[in-house]
Ligand binder design. Structure first.
Ligand code: ADP
Ligand code: MG
Length: 362
């Protein structure tokens, strides 16, 4: 790809520094001093709840929103700051929208041709190549309504790849597809992007998608990036309870440090503190991941923890356990030897695996 060739080695392909975007009339900024960089050839995912600003990040990169503060560069060139706004068509950015945004009155090939210069002449080859890449050669003359959701998404992908963008942006591209198709398309997109050497940013609220597709993952909340890193690092070394909760289904309970343990109303656990050593008696948020807990038999005495809810999911069963405060926490365990509603249990961490703790916010 022509794009990144003139870059210095190691320089990020995309760099956002302290970027602020505020929508007209909005009380708070949608992007609040957001910084993020993406290396050439990297697949970055952004994970965040609905409303955290994910779409706005992509729109700012694509040039669909103006940057009111900070700076955004692509390939070493500043494309947006408070005084600069390079037009979307001059940024060489491809975007796949959540709802595909195909033109219903245009055939597949005309949809893909949209945005390719000289699509009848020299651009023709790139259109054909894009359709081949997504496995839709032979569908050129079909119309969007004659295609399945997965095929429509492939057309959208081909359309964004045909002009040979330097960076591909994907906005929750699988959210309208059923679970099984989502998995298939996820792997296909990774293959296509990888074989094409495309740099990509995918935003999603789906943690499996974010973890499974990423070289690096950025966690977003309230217009800011909370943490960036390799999926494994973020999972095992979440630097805040917000990140820990977003990256794995978990329960957060209040706890107090006692020697090598943290005492909570769910039980006593070994702990690990990513923010550094903690003294005895310190109050913390303990993050109990639903996959990392086990339920054992109650042996009399102690606090009351009772199975109140049970949802069979085949291989696993999810249990809702009522704690002494009447609050419920959730535990996922293999479906063998199911526990009845009303059973009193002990909650443990198998192999004494430590739970993550974070000093309680004042
Ligand atoms: P996400 O994609 O993570 O769900 P968005 O980037 O769409 O989040 O939105 C971030 C914030 O900006 C939200 O609070 C949302 O309500 C607000 N917002 C998004 N688009 C607009 C708009 N066109 N006008 C005003 N506010 C908007
Ligand atoms: Mg969105």
């Amino acid at each position: 790809m022509a794009s990144a060739n003139d870059l210095q080695p190691g320089a990020p392909l995309l760099e956002m520094s302290d970027v602020c975007v505020t929508y007209p009339g909005a009380a708070s900024p949608a992007l609040d001093n957001l910084s993020l960089s993406v290396q050439t050839g990297e697949f970055l995912t952004i994970l965040g709840r609905s409303g955290s600003g994910k779409t706005t990040v992509l729109r700012a990169i694509a040039g669909l929103e103006r940057v009111h503060h900070g700076q955004l560069s692509i390939g070493g060139r500043v494309v947006a700051d408070p005084r600069t706004h390079v037009k979307p068509e001059n940024r060489r950015v491809g975007m796949v929208f959540q709802d595909y945004a195909l033109f219903p009155h245009l055939s597949v090939i005309d949809n893909v041709a949209f945005g390719v210069q000289d699509s009848g002449g020299s651009g023709r080859a790139s259109i054909i190549r894009a359709l081949e890449m997504v496995g839709l050669d032979g569908y050129e003359e079909r119309y969007p309504h004659e295609l399945s959701g997965g095929q429509q998404q492939r057309v959208a992908l081909a359309r964004s790849l045909a002009p040979d963008p330097v960076i591909l942006l994907l906005d929750e591209p699988f959210s309208n597809l059923d679970r099984q198709l989502r998995g298939t398309l996820r792997r296909d997109v990774l293959d296509i992007v990888e074989s094409n050497g495309t740099t990509a940013v995918l935003v999603t609220h789906d943690r499996e998608e974010a973890l499974g597709m990423a070289d690096r993952i950025a966690i977003m909340e309230a217009g800011r990036v909370l943490q960036v890193g390799a999926p494994v690092d973020l999972y095992s070394n979440s630097t805040s309870s917000e990140v820990a909760q977003l990256i794995a289904p978990s329960n957060t309970v209040r706890g107090r440090i006692a020697g090598p343990y943290v005492d909570t109303e769910a039980g006593r656990f070994r702990y690990r503190s990513p923010q550094g050593p903690l003294g005895n008696g310190v109050f913390v948020d303990a993050v109990l991941r639903v996959h990392d807990l086990e339920l054992g038999p109650w042996e009399g005495g102690g606090a009351l923890r009772t199975v109140r809810y049970r949802e069979y999911q085949g291989e696993f069963t999810e249990y809702g356990i009522e704690l002494p405060s009447l609050r419920r926490i959730y535990v996922r365990r293999r479906s063998i030897a199911p526990l009845e509603i009303g059973t009193r249990v002990v909650i443990t961490a198998p192999f004494d695996r430590p739970v993550l703790v974070y000093p309680e916010q004042p």
